[in-house]
Design a protein around this ligand. Structure first.
Ligand SMILES: *Cc1c(COP(=O)(O)O)cnc(C)c1O
Length: 399
């Protein structure tokens, strides 16, 4: 199907949930993707921090082929070896003791919400039901997770929203003392806010949140759906700040593009669910978890994450220098290969220029350029992207 016919049919047959660019891809390799007209692009969007090991990674492709030829799905009525192996790998490399698998980020956060409500009820009583999250956060699109999402624009039209959710301001430690009260079951935090504009949460704020949560029997839940899985230069972004959660959610890059989600928990919290309390038909199936095991193997191999830290520090430095020479006053934000550059109203035009020059980036909130290259990106590819961006900043001046 040519691109024009594809778009016409898509407009007719798909619900209009997305504002899409007039572009479709047909294949990818490493950092590169090719559109249906054969033009190639450097992919610094990676399907929104999903294909973190690049496109068509040979080892991932081999696992998918082999697993597809054996068995894809059996149901959680039975034990699944790759599911157990992925849970072993995740717990061996994190604070957590146990894992529940599902199929997406929203579903992982939904599971964490249910876990928190049930845990609080069981251990403290029926009054402890409140869920607090940060203003500007993003936690998903189901009714409960969009309510936890601290941005009004996602709520509008879906009221009445589930009850007993509240919001706290990022970096306001004094206010947190009041908001996280004895009725609070859980505090949800993205260690680096993604859709909210690429804002890392400070060590001090996290340490204070940890202290209050421990004191008042509140579960501290880290949503690492976007910032986790090596994206920050650490396997999990919270490792950089040294504060551990009670619960953590993962999805996006966990199986490099095969749908998967996970809820990790430690100690008593990990024992919350009893058989029948929670479930997912596809959750942790052979294919997704076999790929997840391979992703974990690659990311925990000697030198992988230190290489990400090194390359991303260099890239962030170059990006900052480029921004300064273009007269941009805002600072580069983020961690590892999750970087944002505030450029004001010029954002969408810069994205459009880069697209035409063969570089995919996106713009959040209409004014922050977001860079999410694959963690496997080469120095030469980073240099090529910087070259395109330099050109974009001369053509689309940032006032
Ligand atoms: C993408 C994202 C989600 C939602 O994940 P889906 O797989 O789209 O449901 C939740 N939290 C964060 C931080 C995300 O970036």
């Amino acid at each position: 199907m040519d691109t024009k016919a594809l778009i016409e049919s898509g407009e007719k047959h798909l619900m209009r949930t997305y504002g899409r660019l007039p572009l479709a891809f047909s294949r990818g390799e490493g950092t590169w993707v090719w559109d249906t007209d054969g033009k190639r692009y450097l992919d610094f969007v990676t399907g929104l921090a999903v294909t973190s090991l690049g496109h068509a990674h040979p080892e991932i492709t081999r696992v998918i082929r082999e697993q597809a030829g054996q068995i894809l799905h059996s149901s959680n009525l039975y034990w699944i070896e790759s599911q157990v192996r992925l849970a072993e790998a995740l717990t061996a490399n994190s604070f957590a003791d146990k894992v529940f698998f599902c199929n997406s980020g929203a579903e992982a956060n939904e599971g964490a919400l249910k876990l928190a409500r049930k845990y609080a009820k069981t251990h403290y009583g029926a009054h402890k039901t409140k869920i607090i999250s940060l203003r500007g956060s993003f936690h998903g699109r189901t009714l409960a997770t969009l309510t936890a999402t601290g941005q009004d624009k996602y709520h509008r039209g879906y009221e009445p929203l589930p009850a007993d959710f509240g919001y706290a301001d990022r970096e306001d430690s004094a206010a947190l003392e009041e908001i996280l009260d004895d009725r609070t079951a859980a505090f949800f935090v993205e260690p680096v806010l993604g859709e909210g504009g690429v804002y890392p949460v400070s060590k001090e704020f996290m340490a204070n949140a940890r202290k209050i949560c421990s004191k008042r029997g509140i579960l501290l839940v880290f949503d690492e759906i976007q910032c986790g899985m090596g994206r920050s230069g650490f396997l999990f972004a919270h490792e950089a700040g040294g504060v551990e959660p009670d619960v953590m959610t993962l999805a996006k890059a966990l199986a490099n593009g095969v749908p998967i989600g996970a809820v990790l928990a430690r100690g008593e919290a990990a024992e919350t669910f009893a058989p029948g309390d929670h479930a997912a038909t596809f959750g942790g199936n052979f294919l997704a978890t076999a790929v997840g095991c391979k992703v974990m193997e690659i990311m925990t191999a000697e030198g992988f994450l230190s290489d990400v830290r090194e390359k991303s520090a260099w890239f962030a430095g170059e990006l900052g220098a480029l921004a300064r020479s273009a007269g941009i006053t805002g600072q580069v934000r983020g961690m590892g290969f999750m970087l944002g550059l505030p450029v004001g109203a010029a954002g969408p035009r810069i994205v459009d220029f880069c697209l035409r020059e063969g570089l995919l980036i996106n713009c959040i909130g209409g004014e922050t350029l977001r860079f999410l290259p694959p963690l496997t990106v080469s120095r030469a590819e980073l240099e090529e992207a910087l070259g395109i961006l330099a050109k974009a900043l001369t053509v689309c001046p940032v006032s």
